[in-house]
Ligand binder design. Structure first.
Ligand code: ZN
Length: 185
């Protein structure tokens, strides 16, 4: 796995970081490194009080996400190489993203979904869910394909979020500029 930093130094990257636009690679090796990245994802999304976090959101473009719709430890799940099936129904709800702080977008998602993938030991796993958990899966699998919640926003949402997105773009450009200066020294 190509890590941008030591595992315990991985942090949540923000829009418009290009890693969020990558189509992530399938995981082929179920090793300690994979488990450690998953643990770090869980730590970060608990700290951020999120319900899900995908590996590209910490700068690692592989097909892995963690989710927990309730925050109770027994409800936490790790999905490796997930695929969604049987998307049925539709529900509108406001959605946010830990990589796009301050932005919420009304998003229509399937009400029901089936997910298939692997756990950290490489066992095949399947589950189905409705409503919030089905929505989280759809949001996180989108991340693995480089798709963000702001894609395809309606005009009203675009207008409402324009200022915040511009600020995030400016913050990213400024941080990159600083990094460029440091590495030239
Ligand atoms: Zn997200």
């Amino acid at each position: 796995m190509d890590l941008p930093a030591p595992i315990d130094k991985l942090t949540i990257v923000h829009y418009p970081s290009p890693v969020l636009r990558r189509r992530c690679a399938p995981i082929e090796t179920f090793d300690d490194e994979l488990a450690a990245v998953a643990r770090q994802l869980e730590t970060l999304f608990h700290e951020a009080a999120g319900v899900g976090l995908a590996a590209p959101q910490v700068g690692v473009p592989v097909r892995l996400f963690v989710c927990n719709p309730t925050g109770e430890p027994e409800d936490g799940r790790v999905w490796v190489n997930p695929r969604l099936f049987d998307l049925e129904g539709s529900v509108d709800a406001e959605e946010g993203c830990l990589s796009i702080p301050g932005v919420t977008v009304p998003k229509r998602r399937a009400q029901h979904a089936v997910i298939e993938g692997f756990d950290l030991a490489g066992n095949r796993v399947r589950a189905e869910a409705d409503d919030l958990l089905a929505r989280i899966w759809q949001h996180e699998v989108d991340h693995l394909d480089g798709v963000l919640v702001i894609d395809g926003m309606a005009d009203a949402a675009e207008l409402a979020n324009r200022k915040t997105l511009k600020q995030l773009e400016a913050d990213y450009a400024a941080a990159n500029h600083r990094r460029g200066k440091t590495s030239r020294r």
